[in-house]
Design a protein around this ligand. Structure first.
Ligand SMILES: [Zn+2]
Length: 261
């Protein structure tokens, strides 16, 4: 399973066009219980989503926005992962950074995180554009769907790269200059630091997933995820060799070439 931080969408990494999440005045989780409310919606494929807003001006409108995003997000996740994932989706929208810290162990620069209890949105997510929120919802919903096949020490290039593959829209090849910068599998520490380095690491993981899906097909990317991030996973080079039947060095060279466009 993913830890809260490893499952998080990091604004700097996933939404290059999004402003940073501004800090929200702190409040204790117990300060707004009287306005907390749960909304249940039925999704087109028969799943149910239970969205719990922890009350107040920020979380209430978010329930409506998330409800509108979920049907297409479910379709995107199932389109890649298949239908075998939990039938009930639990979403919590926090009203304060303190609530988010307590429920998701999330830091203020994170928009959302997926925990054992569901997908938890930070209050700052309310300030995101619809486009950015759409990415976050799909990214987190993939984490939610894949939790059962994802171990705690799964490499983040796999978990975050594939979540971004599901969440982010396609883009034109980055070109020769960026390809040189991007064509490197990020280490977990790269994805856990703050600032521009983390954004670059997310881009690297995302482009690698995109390349695998484009060259070998989405089902091979799924198979690589299961091998690299699932129970008893080997090191990345072994997971790549077993899944793609190629040496990781060769794969990285071909990836760099593909990104030059
Ligand atoms: Zn994530």
């Amino acid at each position: 399973m993913c830890g809260a931080l490893t499952a998080a969408v990091l604004l700097s990494g996933c939404q290059a066009d999004s402003p940073p999440v501004p800090p929200t005045p702190s409040a204790t989780p117990s300060s707004t219980p009287s306005t907390a409310a749960t909304t249940s919606i039925s999704l087109p494929d028969g799943r149910t989503a239970r969205l719990r807003g922890l009350g107040g001006a920020r979380s209430t409108p978010m329930i409506g926005r998330l409800s509108a995003e979920l049907p297409a997000a479910v379709a995107a996740v199932t389109g890649f992962w298949g239908p075998d994932w939990p039938r009930e989706i639990v979403v919590v929208v926090t009203e304060s950074t303190e609530q988010f810290r307590v429920l998701a162990h999330g830091s203020p620069d994170i928009a959302a995180a997926t925990t054992a209890d569901g997908i938890v949105f930070a209050p700052g997510a309310a300030d995101m554009s619809d486009t950015a929120l759409r990415i976050v919802v799909r990214h987190e919903l993939f984490h939610y769907a894949a939790r059962g096949q994802t171990v705690a020490d799964a490499p983040l290039w796999g978990t975050e790269g594939v979540a971004d593959y599901v969440g982010r829209p396609a883009a034109a090849a980055p070109g020769p200059e960026r390809a040189e910068l991007l064509a490197r599998l990020p280490e977990d520490t790269d994805l856990q630091t703050t600032g521009a380095a983390r954004s670059l690491a997310y881009d690297r993981a995302w482009w690698f997933s995109r390349y695998i899906a484009d060259r070998y097909g989405p089902q091979t990317l799924r198979a690589l995820y299961l091998r690299a991030c699932g129970p008893g996973h080997p090191d990345p080079a072994t997971a790549v060799r077993e899944t793609l039947h190629e040496d990781i060095g060769d794969v990285l060279v071909q990836w760099r070439r593909w990104m030059t466009g």
